[in-house]
Write a protein that binds this ligand. Structure first.
Ligand code: AMP
Ligand code: GLY
Length: 426
């Protein structure tokens, strides 16, 4: 079958690399893709939110499956768009409809969903401009640190952790009255700060059954030792040693099963990935957030560990036959490090020539922000996060050493990466 992947990051290159290995895949297209996805299939210059353009391409190229990478088109209803169109409705879309995508599209929806379904999460209240006064009074009664979250999508920037109540009050006012995050902060969730270690768990569901994929730990801050600004993610490791069988059993019983059942009870037919951000608080899991897609760079370690044919898995999602599939996981450790542009997550420049990609050995090189120049036949940087280097090892050190060896060989002006991915877990 012909398959279309939507997106252009390291996550989508990983999907493309995996899908291209499937005997079920005839032609693979990626919209818009990057220089890495072009090695696995054909890039097409259509934006992920250009539903009309996507429709035309899907019809003209006889696409039989659409895999959605990022959250934006899901929250905007790409799956519903397909179901409401006579030409498109039979084509499976991997990713939830608008109703399910609200788990990521609205923090308040997610919190209410968890409360209704007894899923452990931080205590919260939500406020709008009309209830700003109550919000400020509520803050007076809270302990610090306290967490403020813009309700809507804010490109990963909408969460503030405040150490002083006065700072929190100022931020709340700026979010609600000053539209600090635009429309995303017309509603704000104020929640209790959870102290613990974070990890992410990934579930694939066909709306009836579910499969738990390998868990991963992401490294979000720009600097070594988890310092500096938040980024999209600077590296990831899977498995996560502290996620032992007892902990994982709690995650399945207290979080995954109630989530799947909660969706069913609300009449939300969810087909796709659920990425559950968790905090391990003294051995008990709490949900920090839901995402309705795979994580990036978590995908770069989770997907290579899955031995199954990914297209077969996605077909089962579309056909609601996931229960008939046994997931096979590579037991080794997978670790990825992200090479980024100097200045990221602040301002950075693009168009730097990347060298040394052909010198790397025994790692998977997944492109994120890269583009291919036709004139010079060179690969250039074109984003903040540039290249993810994934390696396997019998333990974290082995995998890390291999990725770091290759990180030395790849070069471009302004190259930066964290030197401590996985170290905290040793
Ligand atoms: P989110 O955008 O929801 O992933 O939040 C960004 C980051 O803020 C998370 O990865 C956590 O590190 C942190 N965070 C969010 N909510 C909480 C919370 N209730 N307690 C502690 N840290 C939090
Ligand atoms: N790495 C975090 C995310 O994809 O949201």
């Amino acid at each position: 079958m012909n398959i279309l992947i939507l997106g252009s990051g390291g996550r989508e290159h990983t999907f493309a690399w995996k899908i291209a290995q499937s005997p079920l895949c005839e032609k693979l297209f990626i919209a818009p893709g990057n220089a890495g996805t072009a090695l696995c299939g054909m890039n097409v210059p259509i934006g992920v939110n250009d539903f009309k353009g996507i429709k035309q391409f899907v019809i003209e190229n006889e696409i039989e499956m659409v895999v959605v990478g990022p959250e934006d088109p899901l929250v905007m209803g790409i799956h519903d768009f397909f179901l409401n169109d006579n030409y498109l409705k039979a084509i499976p879309v991997i990713g939830p409809k608008k109703d399910g995508a609200e788990l990521e599209g609205s923090k308040e929806f997610a919190k209410r969903f968890m409360q209704k379904n007894n899923i452990p999460t931080a205590a919260y209240e939500s406020f709008t401009i009309e209830t700003l006064k109550e919000g400020l009074a509520y803050l007076d009664k809270q302990k610090t640190p306290i967490v403020l979250k813009a309700d809507g999508l804010a490109a990963g920037k909408g969460v503030l952790i405040c150490n002083e109540i006065n700072e929190a009050k100022k931020e709340l006012a700026e979010m609600l009255a000053g539209a600090k995050f635009g429309k995303a902060s017309t509603k704000v969730v104020i929640e209790e700060f959870l102290e613990g270690i974070e990890l992410s768990t990934f579930v694939l569901t066909d709306g009836i059954n579910y499969k738990i994929l390998p868990e991963a730990k992401d490294y979000k801050r720009i600097g070594d030792g988890d310092t500096g600004l938040n980024t999209g993610g600077m590296g990831a490791v899977s498995p996560v040693p502290f996620a032992n069988e007892t902990f994982k059993k709690k995650v399945e019983e207290r979080i995954i099963i109630p989530t799947i059942n909660g969706l069913k009870n609300e009449g939300i037919d969810y087909k796709g990935f659920i990425f559950i951000g968790l905090m391990n608080v003294n051995g008990d899991p709490f949900v920090i957030e839901y995402n309705v897609r795979m994580g990036d760079p978590e995908t770069e370690v989770v997907i290579p560990k899955i031995k199954n044919d990914l297209v077969e898995l996605f077909q089962a999602v579309g056909n609601e036959t996931l229960k008939d599939i046994t997931i096979e996981i590579d037991p080794r450790t997978a670790l990825t490090i992200m090479l980024v542009s100097g200045g990221y997550p602040g301002e950075y420049s693009k168009g730097k020539v990347i060298t040394g990609l052909d010198k790397t050995e025994d790692s998977l090189i997944f492109h994120a922000g890269t583009s291919h120049s036709k004139e010079t036949d060179e690969i250039n940087t074109s984003g903040g996060r540039v290249i993810a280097i994934t390696s396997f090892g019998n333990n974290i050190s082995e995998a890390a050493n291999q990725s770091y060896k290759n990180a030395d060989l790849i070069d471009y002006k302004g190259k930066y990466y964290r030197k401590d991915i996985g170290k905290d877990l040793l």
